[in-house]
Design a protein around this ligand. Sequence first.
Ligand SMILES: [Mg+2]
Length: 196
Amino acid sequence: MTRVKTGSSPRALPAVFFDRDGVINISPGPGRYVESPEEFHLIPEFPQVLRIVLTLGYEAVVVTNQRGIALGRMSIESLNAIHGKMKDLLAREGLAFRDIQTCLSGDDSDSRRKPNPGMLLEAARKFGLDLPRSWMIGDSETDIEAGQRAGCRTIRICTEESETKATVRVRNLAELTEYVQTRFLPAEDFRNPKGE
Ligand SMILES: [Mg+2]
């Protein structure tokens, strides 16, 4: 789909913000970190989710806490290599993120570290995003809190037993795919309601 630029005052596009571990790639588990490209495994359904989101005209932005560097568990070079692998795997399917926002700090008071909304707000400023029409998708309640504090709608991937304040709950990526396919409105409808 070709993205049509509107005239002199284009309306801001909505985005989908994706948490990384447990949404894009298989989660290494609580308290564990993906420390090398070899440990990074895409969740098989994720490319389809990203394809739908991009086809609908949303910006797609990764927002990921990676305090493994602050904890000395991995180097910045390893993190760059991991994200290089992520981009390569998606590029093979013709897919790409608009941006990857990473918080390396282990300090919970850091404004960019989820559940603080700093990474989302920074991306919104950078790309002029429409936050109330955007979505944050994550597998932790900290993702949901960050999304809500940025003024976005939220989807949590979690079991039925988990407590969540998310707008929507799905149990897995298959259900997420179904939801974005059937319930997300095209971004162009927001920006250009008359189809001009
Ligand atoms: Mg996660």
